[in-house]
Structure formats: C-alpha cells, structure tokens
Design a protein around this ligand. Structure first.
Ligand code: ADP
Ligand code: MG
Length: 254
C-alpha cells in the first residue's frame, strides 16, 4: 500500500533574480514498510523535500499525500495535529528535551497528543534499541549514539505513518553510525515502519532498500538496492578511505 505520494511538488524560495528552485517537480511514491534513502549533494533540495513530506512548511505548488490525506489542504492547526500523529522526525542534532529523562522524552509526543504509550510496544522498542538501563538518565548523560537511539524510540512510539530522518548520523563517528543505521533498519523491519532517510553520504545510502537520487530539486534516479546490508561493500570501502585519510575519533563526520 502506498503510504506517501507527491505529485509535481515544487518549492521556490524568493522571487525574480533571487528565486531558488529548491524543489522543481518531484513525483515520489513510497510503499508502507519501505526504508528508502534520498541522497544528493549539499544544496540539492534534500532538507526542503523532507520539510514538505513532513508538513513542516507549505509547498509552492503540487501535492503531498500521507496515509491518504492531502496534507497541504489542512490549515496550520490541523497540520500540526496531523504531523504529531502521523509523522516521526529524527534530526542530526537529536532534539531531545534536556531536562526530561529518557523515558519522558520518548513518551512526550504521545502525551502532547493526550494519549498514553502502549506499554508492551514501548517495552519492545526500548529493548530493540538497548535503552532498558538508560530510561532514568538525562540526555546530557548519554553518548551521541545513545541520544540518537532515544530519538528513534521517540519517533517510533506513536506508530506514525512515516518516519523522516534528516542526516540522522551526521554527528556520529563511523562505528556509531553503522550501529545507529543498523538499528534504524532493524526497527523498520521489526515494526514494519516506513522510513525515509536523507543523506549526502553515498555509502550510507547503500544501507537502505531503495535509493532516490536528487539533483537541483529533481529526482534523477530511483532504484531498489539489493545490497542493502550493514557492513556491505560500499560502507567498507568508505571506512578504508577514512583510515587512509588518518581520521579517527568520535567527532569524525562521514
Ligand atoms: P540540502 O538539504 O540538499 O543541502 P536544501 O533543501 O537545504 O538542500 O536547499 C536547497 C536549495 O534551497 C539551496 O540552494 C538552498 O540555499 C535553498 N534554500 C533552502 N532553504 C531556503 C530558505 N529558507 N530560503 C531561501 N533559500 C533556501
Ligand atoms: Mg540538508
């Protein structure tokens, strides 16, 4: 079943001489349960696309349909509610609330919506992501990888139609990147959760089931990726590149 669809989606910023066509006619269709990656260089329109798919901003023209709903037909208030229920976001910077515990952060989107987290589902998520012993900790007491695992749990817990992840491993070292992406993939399979991840990193795109390439606001390639396994050829090659470049340590961005 199609869970997300765009039709001739355009987003232009500015007017006249300074007009930027960030998205220039994107037709995209995502099936329920897919783990797809949008890959493209800096400035190609990835973040703009993610903002449109998640209803964080309105398009210049075209449609985005999520779980059967044309989201730009909603007013701002209804769009906020729709987003809270149907879209999960994972950002590079984790965006956890520093004064809330891990547990409180994970259930926050449910509570904002006046719902209670399904205890059994919550336990499954926490266990899958290896957070059992961290539930009382504050985000500041966790490593980057652990914080991003909390953000993944928070995105999963509402059972959204789709999770959108913008460069989710951009702040992590290569080993943690592989671990977090492995978990993202595992949760996608285990919970049949649709995930669209955005990255500028070719090697990371190779870990997903489907690679959608964007250039200058247009999709230029879209194909199923059979080699979508963690530790696959492309990833290994990238790690070797990094070693050659003498890059080590936690702060390395790949
Ligand atoms: P990516 O995430 O692939 O790096 P973006 O979607 O952030 O690309 O940006 C696509 C293009 O749109 C770039 O040329 C960028 O400068 C421009 N852009 C993005 N956001 C805005 C904005 N709020 N106002 C004006 N131009 C923008
Ligand atoms: Mg971006």
């Amino acid at each position: 079943m199609k869970i997300l669809e765009t039709h001739n989606l355009k987003k232009y910023y500015g007017k006249g001489d300074i007009e930027v066509r960030a998205l220039d006619g994107v037709d995209l269709s995502i099936e329920e349960g897919e783990f797809a990656t949008v890959v493209g260089t800096s400035g190609s329109g990835k973040s703009t696309l993610l903002h449109m798919l998640g209803g964080l901003d309105y398009a210049t023209s075209g449609t985005v349909t999520v779980a059967g709903k044309k989201i730009f037909e909603l007013n701002e208030n209804d769009l906020t509610i729709f987003r809270r229920r149907q879209i999960g976001f994972i950002f590079q910077s984790y965006n956890l609330v520093p004064i809330l515990s891990v547990y409180e952060n994970i259930v926050l989107p449910m509570e904002l919506d006046g719902r209670r987290a399904d205890k059994k589902f919550m336990d499954q998520i926490v266990q899958t992501l290896g957070l059992e012993n961290k539930l009382d900790a504050l985000p500041g007491q966790l490593s980057g990888g652990q914080q991003q695992r909390v953000a993944i749990a928070r995105a999963l817990v509402t059972k959204p139609a789709i999770i959108l992840a913008d460069e989710p491993t951009g702040n992590l070292d290569s080993r943690t990147t592989q671990e977090v992406l492995g978990l993202l993939k595992l949760t996608s399979e285990q919970f049949h959760q649709t995930i669209v991840m955005i990255t500028h990193n070719e090697a990371l795109a190779q870990l997903s089931d489907r690679i959608i390439r964007i250039e200058d606001g247009r999709i230029v390639n879209d194909y199923a990726n059979r080699a979508g396994v963690p530790g696959g050829r492309s990833f290994t090659r990238h790690e070797e590149d990094m070693e050659e470049a003498g890059e080590t340590g936690r702060e390395v961005r790949i």
